[in-house]
Ligand binder design. Structure first.
Ligand code: ADP
Length: 621
């Protein structure tokens, strides 16, 4: 019988398992990881678009507020005297009238107000000086869909029907999403003499990043001492060009004209009347409040929605906001040329959250994949082990059956041969006849030993009666009956004992242990035929050892030789007769007696097989 130390990969079932379970499993894990990545990217994008939509709405509302103001003031201009403007609408700052190149103010306005107003708009209104006027770069580029400059938008009867704000926003954002269109638009605008400036903020979300500017994904609270991260430049879609008041009023009947100066944003409303131009500066405080009111749901768990003014300051300020870097919104959009440099934006309450979410999804999927893999690996190992054990057991049982058959056949053949010789009466030499009979007896002895082994093996669950015994006596007895045969085949046999060694046990069973050990010593001896049996007391243990000078046991299999059906595959032992039961029976009997059987290599070559039994203290023979 072969030693069952085959690699598990020699079993086809293992390869089937690898092909059917392990490889698809690994592929699945990789797919799961990749789709988790993609999924978290989609989730991130969805989140960004949702916030972008909110920001778009906020920008649209702010723009609507400005259109509303323009329209209301247009109404007031038509019906009210400039002296009554302020009481008609709180957004009115300093009203004026321009007639024949002269500016006049209602009596109610203070000197300081007038000075302020004249400083901002005096030269522009009176003497044809120019001021920057603002427009959207996409609208300049797509001159086809909107006529005239936004700031002059008004009820010009000749103007075609204006597109709705939403349509305009959509067209603009579609253009803005295309970096090629944008760079073309910018170059067209600059060739038409427009001035291009940088945006006030740098959004951190991928979606709203303008084309080339790489944005550090760093968040710094604006109210701490730490300086803000450098804000990468993005170009503002609001571009400016200097124009005179005459130019501005030539295209429309009324409108708003924003002006950026070191004092911040001021806005002029103007309307053409018969022979004169009336208008007012806007009360920016009131305008800001109107815009702040129009922003939908400023604070949620996730984000802060706000509008930044020309200085990058939020127009809604609240103690409840977390520490935010206003210059680094998550997503942001410029509002419109009516509010140059103003931005609507969304800031994350926890800026790390999307990254954490993405990482969490990845980690969760990785853990799942790892768990799946571990389960698969464990399953694989179990299957492989079960297969190995089963296959080995099956092979050993087949070999056992073959061995038993062989072991029965050989002595039977000899017995038949010798008995037929005797029966034929041809052999008259008495000494030869006795030889034949001895041979028959020896074969019968081998047969009964084998039958004994098989019987003992099949009865291994049963208990036998125990009685006080002397181990030395049993050893002498067994040796006495086997010695002649051993000596006949050239063995020198020796025995030593410590006198009576009392144990409790079953005489026949213990005799069988020794018989098996002696028979092995005989079978597995080579040229040096020497067997020594010793019986000793070691403290409270009785030790019976059988020592030979035979082939010994390979270190790798010294534990396996005690397994049932196991036979060494060494060519020497494979040549010997045997069914692989002797040592397993010996160990089984020893264990039933509360003892054990061990193997150890013998110094100078050979084996030592020892039976250890508890000394029987109650039987001090
Ligand atoms: P069997 O002798 O029928 O093969 P055993 O259970 O008695 O079965 O022994 C198991 C194996 O242990 C043997 O096949 C042999 O390889 C090894 N073995 C047992 N006794 C000895 C010994 N005295 N010297 C060397 N090898 C031995």
């Amino acid at each position: 019988m072969k030693r069952a130390a085959k690699s598990i990969f020699s079993f086809p079932l293992v390869w089937v398992f690898v092909a059917a379970v392990v490889i698809p499993g690994i592929a699945l894990c990789i797919l799961a990881l990749r789709s988790a990545d993609r999924e978290s990217l989609y989730a991130q994008r969805r989140f960004e678009s949702a916030l972008a939509a909110e920001v778009g709405l906020a920008a649209e509302r702010a723009d609507e507020v400005m259109r509303g103001i323009s329209q209301e003031l247009g109404e007031i201009a038509r019906y009210a005297d400039i002296g009554d403007w302020r009481s008609a609408n709180p957004v009115v700052g300093t009203p004026f009238e321009l007639r024949g190149g002269e500016i006049s103010f209602p009596a109610a306005s203070s000197g300081a107000e007038r000075d302020d107003f004249l400083r901002s708009f005096g030269d522009f209104l009176r003497s044809g000086a120019t001021l920057p006027t603002y427009d959207s770069v996409t609208r300049i580029y797509r001159g086809d869909y909107d006529d005239g400059l936004y700031i002059n938008e008004g009820e010009s009867s000749s103007a075609p029907t204006k597109r709705s704000g939403v349509e305009r926003q959509r067209a603009e954002s579609m253009a803005a999403a295309d970096s090629e269109v944008m760079s073309e638009a910018f170059s067209q605008a600059s060739s038409e003499g427009f001035e291009i400036s940088a945006r006030n903020v740098a959004p951190t979300a991928e979606l709203s990043k303008a084309a080339p500017a790489p944005v550090e994904n760093r968040h710094t609270a604006s109210n701490t001492e730490v300086p803000s991260a450098p804000v990468p430049e993005q170009l503002s879609q609001t571009v400016s060009r200097r124009r005179s008041f005459a130019d501005v009023t030539s295209e429309s009947d009324y409108g708003l004209l924003p002006r950026l100066s070191e004092n911040g944003l001021s806005i002029l409303f103007w309307a053409k009347m018969q022979g004169a131009t009336v208008g007012c500066s806007l009360n920016m405080g009131v305008a800001r409040d109107l815009i702040a009111e129009a922003i939908p749901g400023v604070l949620t768990d996730v984000r802060v929605l706000n509008v930044l003014d020309e200085n990058g300051e939020p127009i809604v300020e609240s103690e409840t906001f977390p520490a935010l870097d206003w210059r680094r919104p998550f997503v942001a959009r410029e509002i419109s040329p009516s509010l140059p440099r103003w931005e609507a934006g969304a800031w994350l309450v926890d800026p790390g959250a999307p990254a954490i979410r993405a990482r969490f999804t990845r980690i969760a999927v990785s853990i799942l994949a790892a768990a799946l893999f571990a389960v698969m690996a464990a399953g694989g190992i179990l299957v492989a082990r079960a297969v190995t054990i089963e296959t080995r057991a099956a092979a050993q049982k087949t070999a056992f059956a073959a061995n038993v058959t062989h072991e029965l056949k050989t002595p039977l053949t000899s017995i038949r041969l010798f008995s037929e010789l005797l029966l034929s009466g041809k052999q008259t030499d008495e000494s030869r006849r006795r030889e034949y009979l001895r041979a028959i007896a020896a074969e019968v002895g081998r047969l009964s030993a084998l039958v004994e082994d098989v019987l003992t093996f099949s009865a291994r669950g049963r208990n036998y009666p125990m009685s006080p015994l002397d181990l030395s006596d049993i050893a002498r007895d067994v040796l006495g009956s086997i010695e002649p045969r051993l000596e006949a085949s050239g063995f020198t046999v020796g025995m030593s004992d410590d006198g009576p060694v009392p144990v409790k046990g079953n005489r026949a069973a213990l005799a069988q242990v020794l018989t098996n050990m002696l028979s092995n010593a005989e079978k597995y001896s080579g040229d040096v035929k020497e067997i020594t049996v010793s019986v000793e007391r070691r403290e409270d243990t009785a030790v019976l050892s059988v020592m030979d000078r035979g082939i010994g046991v390979e270190p790798g299999i010294s534990a396996e030789i005690f397994r049932e059906f196991f036979r060494g595959d060494d060519s020497l032992s494979a040549m010997r007769s045997g069914v692989g039961l002797g040592l397993s029976i010996a160990r089984g009997i020893a264990e039933k007696h509360g003892g054990s059987v061990t193997y150890s290599p013998r110094e100078g070559g050979g084996s030592v097989f020892s039976l250890f039994l508890p000394l029987d203290a109650a039987n001090p023979r």
